[in-house]
Design a protein around this ligand. Sequence first.
Ligand SMILES: CSC[C@H]1O[C@H](OP(=O)(O)O)[C@H](O)[C@@H]1O
Length: 401
Amino acid sequence: MAPEGSPSSLQAIRYTRGSLQLLDQRLLPFQTAYLDVPDVKAAWTQIRDMVVRGAPAIGCTGALAMAVELQTHKGAGTEFSSVKEATDYINSTLDYLVTSRPTAVNLADAANKLKAAAALAAAADAATPSSVCSAVMDAAEAYFVEDIASNKAMGATGAAALLAAAHARGRGVGGKLRVLTHCNTGSLATAGYGTALGVIRALHEQGTLEHAFCTETRPYNQGARLTAFELAHDQLPATLICDSAAAALMASGQVDAVVVGADRVVANGDTANKIGTKSLSISAAHFNIPFFIAAPTTTLDPHLPSGDHIVIEQRTHEEVTHFRGIRVAAEGVNVWNPSFDVAPCGLIEGIITERGMIPKTKDGVFQVSSRERGKGGGREDGLLNSLWDENTEREYGTRVG
Ligand SMILES: CSC[C@H]1O[C@H](OP(=O)(O)O)[C@H](O)[C@@H]1O
């Protein structure tokens, strides 16, 4: 099962019922290799080691790993002796999965939706362990397929938003935009097409992209290794810059808009994203360049009031001191390596989701609420969105991680 729109060489996730493989993104762009994911334990390690990365891709991987484990190791439910045994196993396994990386909310979002699917199935009159497991596998597959549909919808909304904001500031080249992005938010970070990079793809498809700029995104180099790979693959006009060159590029007048992804958008619109995003939002504000977030509603976390509540993942020293196993920093120095930082809501022009743009209130903050995640909201609800409603909010409350 591969959502259409993700070319095979850019397919981060390969799935059919009972089989899950991940493109090992640590080897890109030098080597294309897929790793099997036999169960949730393997998925936990591959997410932590960033074999797969990118908030939506992490959520999809976690959901599909649960599905594969139930199908191949639990006999699609026949191994459980009761409905309670099945739901208890599913819930505890999903809780373990969420501990692999704390900042991106998508993994917790996927876990909560699969728990909701299990709870709904378990409450049915003729519930059996197999019917509960089947509901969870269906929910996991729906989560995967819905992600690419979300990205396509976001692309269209985002392209219109960037054009309007840039033109309102008298920016653009013959109506076309020069757009700067950070990290990797494309097919390699999602089920396909991408979030912020999906907006850039949509501009290109509409003939309104003048040029794309991507930052290298130290220390994991998602930009230099992954986004540059995607832009070259799609033959988009693109230039790679060092992270430290972003403000100078803006000062040179070559940037009409900035669009980045997200790992967690909280209630007031503060947004956690790859380290360096805060700097970009401050520089964009200084140069009066519109700064947008593109994120599916699976990345919204209305339970946290503001960005200072977001857990920021700290990663290894070696990510900074070494590159592909070769030491590039002096011995004996300490390292501080937060993997994310928070763009303040006041510097964000708009939050682009598959349900449209989340508007800013008059006092310069956003009101991200669970209603963006539940029924309605402009896009035909898939299975999972119909599962996520106020009851689920009450029952599962604040997310883990
Ligand atoms: C659409 S991907 C969102 C987000 O995830 C990336 O982080 P990582 O590569 O560490 O998983 C980056 O922050 C992207 O913007």
